[in-house]
Design a protein around this ligand. Structure first.
Ligand code: SAH
Length: 361
């Protein structure tokens, strides 16, 4: 049994029975105890993956072949995985850098970082974990007495574990508190911001961070509704967005059934914008892009996977400027995107865009 699954089922002297669920299959995130311990249930993993699903409490790494092919990790190298998450990319790096290599792993999510630390503890390579924003790669470099990293890698945004956990309030799909913080040390939750920002600030957030077309109307209704009752739950925000768009849950489902490919959930952009704001994601990315060239060894490589146009624009511009200024010797011409086969097996990777750059020697 994987030791990190201690939040789900832990045999101990005062062993508690698992909560029973009605019906034949577990539905909620917490009830999926087998999925949380997927290492012990390989047949369930195969079954879920064949259906394009991610087992609860885990994460399927995206664009693995492309990342490895472009960043070319080699024996003995030092790699900064800025967003270690479930450790999917890290495991692939570890295989290639071998016992003489070093992995420096960062994540702002303390709970998931601890699980990943335990999951990777069997690996025969030196790994240092930092419960830190990736803006801390420079500090870590001096702590680890490094001249620079051979590879800096970041897979931006949220993990499947974070999306699926209703207690996080990141997804419009699961009822829960509108928390949205990846780092529990942050002071303000999504609910705090929804109930305190001005209408103008809310509208600006919705437009700039997710291109929500109904940004003005949604911001206006948030301000009206919160005067009656604070908006603290996922379902309140989903209902509000549906109201603005003149939809009901039933009319939306009907629309979904008749559309060939399915369309973006009406509340997806609103949730994305709020999450990016809560976690100050764009400022963190700008800082990473600013300091990365100074943290790379000559000839070192940087690779970044982003999931929306706001992030991708920043990465593209920074790598392009770096080549023009001579900081980078080369950079990817176009964003590398997942192949259809990968999207079919992991629909969550559909919007991924990968770019890389190589520091001058
Ligand atoms: N590549 C990983 C998945 C990464 S998911 C894997 O294959 O398993 C993205 C992770 O980045 C999440 O765990 C999230 O908590 C973390 N994250 C997001 N912004 C961050 C930041 N600014 N600094 C450090 N970690 C961050």
């Amino acid at each position: 049994m994987d030791t990190f699954d201690n939040n789900v089922e832990k045999p101990s002297s005062n062993h508690h029975r698992r909560p029973r669920y009605s019906g034949t299959h577990p539905k909620s995130f917490q009830q999926k105890y087998k999925e949380h311990n997927i290492g012990a249930h390989p047949e369930l993993r195969t079954h879920l993956r064949a259906k394009g699903k991610t087992p609860a409490g885990s994460h399927i790494p995206v664009l693995i072949e492309e990342v490895i092919g472009c960043l070319k990790p080699k024996a003995g190298q030092t790699i900064a995985d800025c967003t270690v998450g479930y450790g999917g990319h890290s495991l692939e790096f570890i295989k290639r850098i071998g016992p003489t290599g070093k992995l420096i792993a960062f994540d702002v999510d303390g709970a998931e970082l601890e699980r990943t630390r335990q999951r990777l503890s069997k690996e025969k390579v030196s790994i240092s974990f930092y419960h830190s924003n990736f803006a801390g790669i420079a500090n870590a470099m001096s702590k680890e007495k490094l001249e620079g990293y051979d590879i800096i890698f970041a897979d931006l945004g949220v993990s499947s574990m974070q999306i699926d956990n209703p207690a996080r309030g990141i997804s419009y799909k699961n009822e829960g508190p509108l928390d949205m913080r990846m780092d529990e040390r942050l002071k303000q939750t999504g609910a705090d911001l929804l109930n305190s920002l001005s209408e103008e600030e809310l509208a600006k957030t919705l437009w700039e961070l997710s291109d929500e077309p109904d940004y003005k109307e949604i911001a206006h209704l948030i301000v009206i509704q919160r005067a009656v009752q604070p908006i603290t739950q996922v379902s309140q925000l989903v209902r509000l967005v549906f109201a603005v768009k003149g939809l009901t849950i039933n009319s939306w489902k009907k629309q979904q059934r008749s559309s060939k490919f399915g369309s973006l959930h009406p509340a997806a952009r609103t949730f994305q914008a709020l999450r990016i704001l809560v976690n100050d994601e764009l400022s963190c990315l700008k800082e990473l892009l600013r300091i990365a060239p100074y943290c790379l060894r000559p000839g070192g490589r940087i690779g970044i996977i982003s999931f929306h146009s706001g992030e991708d624009r920043l990465v593209k511009q920074s790598f392009r400027d770096g080549v023009e200024n001579g900081i980078y010797q080369s950079a990817s011409q176009n964003a590398i995107v997942p192949r259809t086969k990968e999207i079919m097996s992991n629909p969550r990777c559909a919007s991924a865009k990968f770019r890389w750059a190589i520091k001058g020697v």
